[in-house]
Design a protein around this ligand. Structure first.
Ligand code: 5AD
Ligand code: FES
Length: 369
């Protein structure tokens, strides 16, 4: 047995172990890491992959994150809002197509009309997705940024049953200096870092299943930073992770800083997924859509490296092009029906099954409740 095989059998890892695993580049070594993560996923979670149909319902945003294509100062973008009927219709389409779960995502806004609008949509979706094959309706993941704890409570309560509500708020990076570089226009950025952590704590207090995550391969980010991200996820005791490679965005403000080459970046992102599975064990991990920018089968590779969640895009085709957080986002010209069939094939090819009509709650959440 080589030293790497011994390391992969461990149940606890030092920072040095984690950095070593994240930095693997030899194909044989990467394959061993992958295989370990895949097998642990089968052991802790099973062989099912769960869908969250994602509706990107508005690209209006009050923030100016430098990496992001829909940031406030991008004037070359036509802004849109789906109306209530369009959002509910998308959610019902997902439920009728046996997706147990939907995700509402939009640019960040905190005004009362937005908060009330979302609250209303949550109620309507919960009631409108009840059916024979989904007797309790769809579960809902919100991905709507840092909000007050009152807002979180309102949204959680609008969902009714506690178990069905999840919230995804990426930390983006746990390194405060890097965080500030990414969000410099937010003049109170030191506060912004602390307030995002507080928001994550508030989400947990409000009763959500809580997800966080970050970008991988950001300019200036080191393997130690990624290791610190994993430690941060451990400390927060999160239920879900959404992480993806950083991709250059023409609408962003970081064009001069470049990005990693696609090959090494993909490997780094996949290593990160696998190491998160080794360290965090029973959390839900999403195979980010951004993986598919780097390789046509990027999301399948994510599943092969320990991800157990996919987020098919169910945004109406007419507005998809205007929600490009990064360049070359896939599925821009596809209809929701195209993605449904396509992704089911992708999952089967990886030896997994789709968990149709199931909420697919985080095992970690169940264990800690
Ligand atoms: N590359 C990769 N991911 C990005 N996101 C935003 N911009 C980019 C980019 N250029 C991710 C952020 C955000 C999520 C909705 O999309 O992590 O939290
Ligand atoms: Fe959208 Fe394959 S996932 S077309």
């Amino acid at each position: 047995m080589t030293r790497l095989d011994e390391l992969l059998q461990q149940e606890a890892f030092t920072d040095a172990d984690i950095v070593r695993l994240l930095g693997l580049t030899e194909p044989d070594d990467c394959e061993r890491l992958r295989r370990t993560a895949y097998d642990l996923t089968t052991r802790f979670i099973g062989d099912k992959v769960h869908y969250r149909g994602i509706v990107e319902f508005s690209n209006r945003c009050t923030l100016n994150c430098r990496y992001c294509g829909i940031r406030r100062d991008n004037r070359d973008l036509e802004r849109y809002d789906l109306n209530r009927e369009q959002i509910i219709e998308s959610a019902i389409w997902a439920a009728e197509n046996h997706y147990g779960s939907v995700c509402l995502q939009a640019g960040e806004r905190r005004d009362e009309s937005f908060v009330a609008f979302v609250e209303d949509c949550i109620r309507e979706i919960r009631a409108g997705t009840v059916s024979e094959h989904l007797p309790e309706g769809a579960s809902i993941t919100l991905s709507l940024g840092a909000q007050s704890s009152e807002t979180y409570q309102r949204w959680r309560e609008a969902g009714g049953e506690a178990e069905c509500m999840r919230y995804l708020l990426r930390m983006e990076t746990s390194n405060p200096a890097l965080f500030s570089r990414l969000h410099p226009h937010d003049f109170a950025h030191e506060k912004a870092y602390a307030s995002r952590i507080r928001a994550l704590e508030n989400l947990r207090a409000a009763g959500f299943q809580v997800g966080t995550g970050g970008m991988i391969g950001l300019p200036g980010q080191t393997l130690s930073d990624l290791c610190a991200d994993i430690r941060f996820y451990q400390r927060l005791d999160v239920d879900m992770l959404g992480m993806g490679p950083y991709i250059l965005s023409r609408g962003g403000d970081m064009r001069d800083e470049g990005m990693l080459d696609p090959g090494p970046l993909l490997q780094l992102a996949l290593n990160m997924l696998a190491v998160c599975r080794l360290v965090l064990r029973d959390v839900n991990i999403a195979a980010a859509t951004a993986l598919q920018v780097l390789a046509e089968d990027g999301r399948e590779q994510g599943i092969a490296h320990g991800a157990n969640i996919l987020m098919p895009n169910i945004t109406p085709r007419a507005v998809r092009r205007r929600y490009q957080l990064y360049d070359d986002k896939p599925c821009i010209d596809e209809e929701p029906t195209d993605c449904r069939a396509c992704l089911a094939g992708r999952i089967q090819r990886m030896g997994r099954r789709v968990g149709w009509n199931e909420w697919g709650c985080s095992r970690h959440f169940h264990r800690r409740m």
